[in-house]
Structure formats: C-alpha cells, structure tokens
Design a protein around this ligand. Structure first.
Ligand code: FES
Length: 160
C-alpha cells in the first residue's frame, strides 16, 4: 500500500489558521513571519505572498523585513546545519580560512543550502566556546580547534 506524506497539507492548514488569526493586522507582520518560518523551516515565496495578502502589507515591504532580519531565511535549510563562529577569539585563530574551505567544499555561501539538501551554512558571532577556537557546530555537535584539512572528514561523518 502506498504511503502518502501529509506534511504539506498539514503545514498549509497551520499557515491558514495562523493567517486567519492575524488577518488585516499589518502590525503583526514580524510575529506572523516567525511562526510561518517555524511551520516551514524557511519562508517560501508563496508563503510570503499569502502573508502579504492576509495582513494587507505590500509584498515589497514583507521582503524588506525578511531581508533586514538575519533570523529570517527564504532558503530551505539542509538536513545538517553548519554554524561557523566568526567571533573575535575564533577569528584570530583562523575562522575566516575555515569558512573559505567550507565554502569551497560545499560550493555554497553562508545563508545557502547545498543542492542535495544535505548541508546549510551560516556564520555566527560566538558559540560560547571561545577557548576552543576556531569552533564550528554541526547540528548540536561542537567541533573544536578545527583545522581546514579536517573539514572533509567532519562533513563525511554527517553525509547520508
Ligand atoms: S568567539 Fe568563537 S566561540 Fe566564542
């Protein structure tokens, strides 16, 4: 028997309920975008259009808010999320070279996701492990004192 994924319909239902709650309330834009991103994991174009219509906010203004705040993303997240710390302690210990290697290895820039949906890359300011820099996090795992040559091994441990 074929099993059909119901997750798309479920997300649509949740979004419609959210929009019904805030219909005609432009001041609720950021709150609605937050919750929409929780539902989808990112903010697809179709969702932004629906938010614009429901809250009566021009689409250009919705995009303006989404691009202003770094916690909003219009790109789907990968199965594994890589965070590179570029806080001061990590920066002086080579975070920039580390990021460069990750960019080359994954062929994406921060804020993007690999074509196979495996990894997304982001830059953060401090991961609270300054003495262990340079530090990257993959999902919930902290990798300390990472040298660029270790990157292929680290990535292959997460590839499915
Ligand atoms: S500066 Fe990188 S963990 Fe704090």
């Amino acid at each position: 028997m074929a099993v059909t994924c119901q997750c798309g319909g479920e997300r649509t239902r949740k979004l419609e309920a959210l929009l019904d709650r805030y219909r005609g309330q432009p001041q609720a834009l950021i709150q609605v975008l937050h919750q929409a991103q929780e539902i989808y994991g990112y903010l697809p174009r179709e969702v932004l259009k629906k938010v614009s219509l429901a809250l009566n906010v021009p689409l250009s203004q919705v995009y303006g808010v989404v691009s202003f705040y770094s916690f909003f993303t219009i790109h789907p997240k990968g199965r594994h999320r890589i965070s590179v710390c570029k806080g001061t302690a990590c920066y002086v210990r080579g975070a920039e070279q580390l990021l460069e290697h990750l960019r080359e290895e994954l062929r994406i820039k921060p804020g993007e996701t690999t074509a196979d949906g495996e990894f997304s890359l982001e830059v953060v300011r401090c991961l609270g492990a300054c003495g262990l820099g340079p530090v990257i996090m993959v999902d919930e795992d902290v990798h300390a004192r990472v040298m660029p040559e270790r990157i292929p091994d680290i990535l292959s441990a997460y590839r499915s």
